[in-house]
Design a protein around this ligand. Structure first.
Ligand code: RTP
Ligand code: MG
Length: 140
């Protein structure tokens, strides 16, 4: 298996409840290394650009409003099979469907306020990491 990097975002519902450390522990306990991390307030343009793939969806305006409603922690996770491994740790988009022990099952408030984002493919991971981080900000 190859070492990969994936983009993770700890969303505003989780930063509001001071869950950053608990969520990071899930990543580290699973063998993923946090090789870049910053706490930021996304601008409307940044959130719209990041979720551009969803711009025709009915939930897009709400999603952008939610993602700009408070601080987020954007981070790069590195490890074996990191993209899929992170998706497994996160659990299903809707917490009602998320497997027990996943971040979303344990922490998410709703299908929208679902605590974390994780890239869904290696190709998207590469693009999403570059959307938020310069190469010099990632220290493996
Ligand atoms: P993410 O991109 O945040 O990691 O989540 P995901 O792949 O599991 O879900 P995706 O289909 O990409 O949706 C992106 C985010 O949009 C919000 N959402 N709201 N109200 C709704 O029906 C709905 N559906 C999705 C969620 O915050 C989801 O994570
Ligand atoms: Mg997604």
């Amino acid at each position: 298996m190859a070492t990969e990097r994936t983009l993770s975002i700890i969303k505003p519902d989780a930063t509001r409840r001071n869950l950053t450390g608990k969520i990071n522990a899930r990543f580290e306990d699973a063998g993923l290394r946090i090789v870049a991390q910053k706490r930021v307030l996304l601008t409307q343009a940044e959130a719209e650009g990041f979720y551009a793939v969803h711009r025709e969806r009915s939930f897009f305006p709400e999603l952008v409003a939610f993602m700009t409603s408070g601080p987020v922690v954007v981070q790069v996770l590195e490890g074996e099979n990191a993209v899929l491994k992170n998706r497994d740790i996160m659990g299903a988009t809707n917490p009602a469907n998320a497997a027990p022990g996943t971040i979303r099952a344990d922490f998410a408030e709703s299908i929208e306020a679902n605590s974390v984002h994780g890239s869904d493919s290696l190709e998207n991971a590469t693009n999403e990491v570059a959307y938020f981080f310069a190469q010099t900000e990632i220290v493996g």
